[in-house]
Design a protein around this ligand. Structure first.
Ligand code: SF4
Length: 223
């Protein structure tokens, strides 16, 4: 399985930070967006993702880690514009590889998201990674579920929400603050200038309104 590395992203939403892409085999087949509504399944990023998934582009794991180790100290970088955390089997995160990734990230500001199921094993890996400074956000399809994840497990969570839900701030039923990803509502903000997703100890949820070609499908999943 191969992993892509882009030193300076040209993606408008991330801005010019280093980004990565993991082969499709890292995705859990139980992900609600698997084969339907996944943001990564459109445009140039999908062509890139297909090439990595077909083994035509990208790096083996150890070579990939060495690229992460070469990042400048303090560098913000996003793991997985597409793809998920490395796995040993469908839906089972590879704890050894995540520990290696967290170690390679030391001194840098890496962050990512996961749609893998919150089994005890996966939760242990996610908690370890966040404690080690490599931020893993749990991806959910509702701010209420994200709220529950943060309350129950003390780990950061994000939520995909209906495309119409674009208020800058709001609260869950329990009162937890929700911030809409500023890059989705302001043209002059991107990850390189925001970095909220990297803050693993934050108390608020980050919401991503559905967008793009699969917006209707995503709306039907999250509504
Ligand atoms: S909240 Fe900030 S860091 Fe997270 S995706 Fe949006 S712009 Fe990027």
């Amino acid at each position: 399985m191969l992993f892509g590395f882009t030193a300076v992203s040209s993606n408008r939403k991330t801005g010019g930070i280093p980004t990565t892409t993991s082969a499709k085999g890292t995705c859990w087949t139980g992900c609600p967006f698997y084969e339907k509504g996944c943001y990564a399944k459109g445009g140039p990023q999908n062509i890139h993702w297909n090439a990595i998934s077909a083994g035509e582009r990208g790096y083996e794991w150890q070579a990939f880690l060495s690229l992460i180790r070469k990042l400048q100290r303090g560098q913000l970088w996003r793991h997985n514009v597409s793809g998920d955390l490395p796995v040993v089997a469908d839906g089972i995160i590879d704890g050894d590889k995540v520990a290696q990734l967290a170690d390679a990230n030391r001194g840098r500001k890496g962050y990512t998201y996961t749609h893998h199921p919150l089994t005890d094993t996966n939760l242990g890996v996610i908690k370890y990674s966040n404690a080690a400074g490599f931020t893993v956000n749990v991806s959910t399809e509702s701010v209420e579920v994200a709220d529950q994840v943060m309350t129950d497990h003390g780990i950061p969570a994000v939520a995909v929400v209906n495309s119409e839900k674009t208020d800058r701030f709001y609260r869950t039923e329990s009162g937890r603050k929700v911030i809409t990803c500023p890059a989705t509502i302001h043209d002059n903000v991107n990850c390189s200038t925001c970095g909220l997703c990297q803050q693993s100890d934050r108390e608020f949820i980050i919401a991503f309104p559905a967008h793009g070609v699969a917006k209707k499908t995503v709306n039907s999943i999250v509504s």
